[in-house]
Design a protein. Sequence first.
Length: 153
Amino acid sequence: MKIVLAIDGSDFSKSAVTELAKLPLPNDCEVSVISVYEHPAMLTPELITTTGSLENYYQEFIRNAEKIGEKIISEAVKVLKDKNHSLNITTAVVSGVPIREILEKAESFDADLIVVGSQGQGAFSRFLLGSVSQYLATHAKCSVMIVKEKDVK
């Protein structure tokens, strides 16, 4: 079984990690843990090359985003390994649009399941912002487990 666990460090994604760790997974199960960060929208390549301070900001943003992503992933791997030592876990911190990166990872990994947390947004908020979990559920070529935690605030 191959599973993609997509996390962002939120309480909702921590619930997804916890729930995945509780599942009785087979010993040969492969889990790919992915954390996706988005670049600041206002920074275009033209702005970066013409202004040195923007380039420094951009490079620092990427370093910090990758550092945070690695921390989020390492905490998730610890939780998963504590519950099941035999899991084969790979990790990736990537930049891009979360829905696109998660779907591409699931397809290239030949995933049987994608596990994500629910953001718990109301209908109006989902209408305005969209929902990663909802999009994955309707567009993924494999099953999607959306973990919704009632006590997360």
